[in-house]
Design a protein around this ligand. Structure first.
Ligand code: KG4
Ligand code: ZN
Length: 346
């Protein structure tokens, strides 16, 4: 089974072709995975401008589809399905990806799959690791921070979510205060290496509270004050502050995961989403999994941030269940994984 996946929900234009055996065995093979990061387009605005993002997706997408097909040595007619992110995300970009996928699916008479971007992250671990359902998932990205039980495509139970900012957002805003570029997560991780995580006493919102919800706005504000009060901005001080910041985030994520593992025991804890690329945080989550007789499993670092392979893979998981979407699918700017969960985030 071969599926092409398109991701255009934020500032990455990404296309991949993934192949998998027809049965139910997890683990697929990436035949092509191409990505264009719209960094230059948004840099002077200090953040992603939705209209500019949509236009950049439109300019690049066709070229990337051709590049992916030639890298994979295949043609559209040999694919078994065409998948694209259908939301949640910036609606202009999602429309570009969805319209392109629909046109190809219609022209080639292939199944079309509209993928929830969060489901793409949630299932991405199974592209490279043999993990069976159900599993507990910590989904940490630039826009989301949630704990869920994943029972299969479209089958999620949410245990907690953020009441304000997402973890990645907190990394990005803190990085901006420190004058680092976007995205901030990798820059903070690099700067924290060798830093003294005990030097700055930063808050750990929700730490040791019942439940599995998150909050990061207090930590973000504390970082603003800490940066303003810095005696000097020499590299050692910055390293200490970044290490202290990462430790606070790690304490909170570990504490919330411990509660989730107690509430919804699972032998596997999966971490996915852009923030899962952080090796310090992975280490902290490994410890908490181990202390609950569970194992931490994560996608390879390169597949944690947005990519087309996770969308193609989610398409394969859905096709295996004979699921596909009609060509009148409407892009969804908001699309919760567990619609029955209380919408904490407004
Ligand atoms: O999943 P993703 O690519 O996009 C969304 O769906 O939001 O996640 C992007 C987020 C950004 O906030 C970025 O700063 C963060 O993931 N991120 C990291 C690291 N790499 C990316 N955060 C911490 N450490 C990293 N190494
Ligand atoms: Zn994402």
């Amino acid at each position: 089974m071969r599926v092409l996946g398109i991701e255009t929900s934020c500032d990455e234009t990404a296309v991949a072709i993934v192949e998998a055996p027809a049965g139910t065995a997890p683990v697929g093979r990436i035949l092509a995975n191409v990505i264009y990061r719209q960094i230059a387009e948004h840099r002077r605005f200090g953040g992603v401008v939705p209209e500019i993002a949509a236009r950049a997706h439109l300019e690049r997408l066709n070229g990337l589809v051709s590049e992916a097909l030639s890298q994979a040595g295949t043609i559209l007619g040999d694919l078994d399905g065409i998948a694209a992110t259908g939301g949640p995300g910036l609606i202009g970009g999602v429309m570009v990806g969805i319209m392109t996928a629909k046109a190809m699916a219609f022209a080639q008479d292939k199944p079309f799959l509209a993928i929830n971007h969060l489901e793409g992250h949630a299932l991405s671990v199974r592209l490279s690791e043999s993990v069976s359902f159900p599993y507990l998932l910590l989904l940490v990205s630039g826009g989301h921070c949630q704990l869920l039980t994943v029972r299969g495509p479209g089958e999620f139970t949410q245990h907690g979510t953020t009441i304000d900012d997402a973890a990645g957002e907190c990394f990005d805003k803190s990085a901006k205060l420190l004058g680092f570029g976007f995205p901030g997560g990798p820059a903070i991780e690099r700067a924290a290496l060798g830093g003294d995580a005990e030097r700055f006493d930063l808050p750990r919102p929700m730490w040791r509270r019942p439940g599995c919800d998150f909050s990061f706005s207090g930590l973000k504000t504390a970082m603003r004050f800490a940066v303003e009060k810095l005696p000097e901005k020499e590299p050692k001080t910055i390293a200490d502050l970044c290490a202290s910041f990462q430790k606070s985030v790690g304490d909170v994520l570990a504490d919330r995961c411990a509660n989730a593992l107690a509430m919804a025991p699972s032998p596997i804890l999966v971490v996915a989403g852009g923030v899962a690329a952080n090796l310090y945080l992975r280490g902290r989550l490994e410890e908490v999994a181990r202390s609950h007789d569970a194992r931490l499993v994560a996608p390879p670092v390169a597949l944690c941030t947005d990519n087309g392979a996770m969308i193609a893979w989610a398409g394969i998981e859905r096709l295996r269940l004979h699921l596909s979407d009609a060509l009148d699918f409407r892009p969804r700017p908001r699309w919760p994984l567990d619609p029955s969960a209380a919408a904490v985030r407004v």
